[in-house]
Design a protein around this ligand. Structure first.
Ligand SMILES: Nc1ccn([C@@H]2O[C@H](COP(=O)(O)OP(=O)(O)OP(=O)(O)O)[C@@H](O)[C@H]2O)c(=O)n1
Length: 418
């Protein structure tokens, strides 16, 4: 098989040539080759070589020893970065928790043998010829995810590969080979060795892919999330049910996809919050996802008890942007079809709120305290907030005198209640 090189690989040809001219072997490997064979856009370009890291460094003045522990040097060429890694073997399972350093080897085939799946174990030369000792191209044709060689050994070398398998199955719409799936189920327990951040990164890629629904269904079936280092409370809610997960793929934003997937599984926001904390999601992202989920819960509660001001209150508290995110999420998931939330009305109201911040209110704490002849205290901000919600909800006009009269009325009511 001979392929024409896509642009990102073409741009890296001078690096491979330089290594070859110096008497070393050098080839493109990994995801870039897989995506070239499949015909998908290529992202990162990885190069494997028989040259030792110090020999690579001597040839390229602009380089950074980014992963010396794994024999990797990053080379900067015309503004792009390329990872060049010396042929090596994976550390065996016994060394799993205590990597013993790199075992360099001289053969390309040996280097490909340590890789996770056949589709990721092909090499591409400068001239477009493919070296494919494990028939990755055949598995691409069969749409199959298959471990290279012994599946048990591949998963024992790096348990994250089990998550990667689920991701490739989902993102490419492939099926696992029977032996690979059996090994994956057998070694689920190894998930406890994997850092939560790495799991999170894989989940992000699954949800960002073209078929998040497929990813979640296979994730359920794999049972991988049940075996993590720190148990995720959300696994209690996971069910194998392929009719769920609405139209998550309609959402462009990754965090909106997270919120939609969590809501579609009927996971309460508090459970999701705890799970996202354990997955070490950044605070910004977690708060955004949970904010969207809470709006859904509040909308349901309000629809049940006719709480008229909840929408104004929510938008004032969380801001218009989050409210817009929630409306997008809500319309993407099935839940909206069976709940009494009228998204059209909420959407229209969102653009018609006369004001949404205290700054826009024709009133301030000093004027309010003077008029009610009461010393300033926590009541002032409570009253200002109540006025803001009433104006935003269209029940009160934003004029100082009218607002003061309303405040006096509430004050009288409060006194008679006491
Ligand atoms: N746990 C892993 C991770 C990576 N690899 C090998 O290293 C290559 C590069 O890995 P990486 O850049 O992490 O992933 P890609 O396969 O390129 O895919 P993606 O960028 O979509 O994650 C893979 O193709 C595979 O050959 C592996 O064997 N085991």
């Amino acid at each position: 098989m001979k392929l024409s090189l896509p642009k990102p690989l073409e741009a890296a040809v001078p690096i491979v040539s330089r290594l070859e001219e110096s008497g070393y072997e050098a080839v493109f490997v990994g995801g870039a080759v897989r995506d070239t064979v499949i015909g998908r856009p290529v992202k990162d370009v990885d190069i494997a070589t028989s040259a030792r890291p110090e020999q690579v460094m001597a040839l390229f003045p602009k380089c950074i020893p980014t992963g010396l522990r794994h024999g990797t040097i990053t080379i900067v060429h015309e503004g792009e970065t390329y990872e060049v890694t010396t042929y090596r073997q994976e550390s065996a399972y016994e060394d799993y928790r205590k990597p013993s350093g790199v075992a360099y080897i001289t053969s390309l085939e040996g280097d490909l043998l340590r890789r996770d799946f056949t589709i990721n174990a092909m090499a591409l030369r400068n001239d477009g010829s493919v070296f494919d000792p494990f028939n990755g191209a055949g598995d691409i044709e069969r749409r199959c995810i298959r471990c290279v060689g012994d599946a048990d050994a591949r998963f024992q070398e790096d348990a994250l590969r089990m998550m990667r398998a689920v991701r490739f199955i989902a993102v490419y719409g492939y099926q696992p080979a029977v032996s690979t799936w059996k090994a994956l189920r057998k070694h689920r327990e190894l998930m406890r060795h994997i850092a939560m951040e790495r799991v999170q990164a894989e989940l992000d890629k699954m949800l960002a892919g073209s078929d998040p629904r497929r990813a979640l269904v296979w994730l359920h079936a794999s049972g991988l999330l049940h075996k993590m280092k720190e148990p995720l409370p959300l696994t209690e809610y996971m069910r194998v049910d392929s009719t769920r997960y609405g139209l998550v793929e309609q959402l462009a934003d990754l965090d909106c996809r997270w919120a939609a997937a969590l809501l579609d599984s009927a996971i309460p926001s508090a459970i999701a919050d705890e799970s996202l904390r354990l997955l070490k999601l950044s605070n910004n992202r977690r708060l955004r996802i949970i904010g969207i989920m809470r709006m859904h819960e509040e909308a349901l509660a309000a629809a049940n008890n006719e709480g008229a001001d909840w929408w104004a209150e929510t938008v004032i508290r969380d801001g218009k942007q989050l409210a817009e995110d929630w409306l997008l999420v809500e319309s993407a998931i099935h839940a909206s079809a069976v709940t009494p939330i009228d998204l059209k009305i909420l959407k229209a109201q969102l653009n018609e709120f006369p004001i949404l911040t205290l700054k826009q209110l024709d009133m301030n704490g000093r004027v309010l305290a003077q008029r009610l002849r009461k010393p300033a205290g926590p009541w002032v901000s409570r009253c200002l907030h109540r006025l803001l919600v009433s104006v935003a909800g269209g029940k009160l006009v934003n004029e100082r005198e009218k607002l003061l009269m309303q405040a006096e009325l509430w004050d009288k009511e409060d006194k008679s209640d006491e």
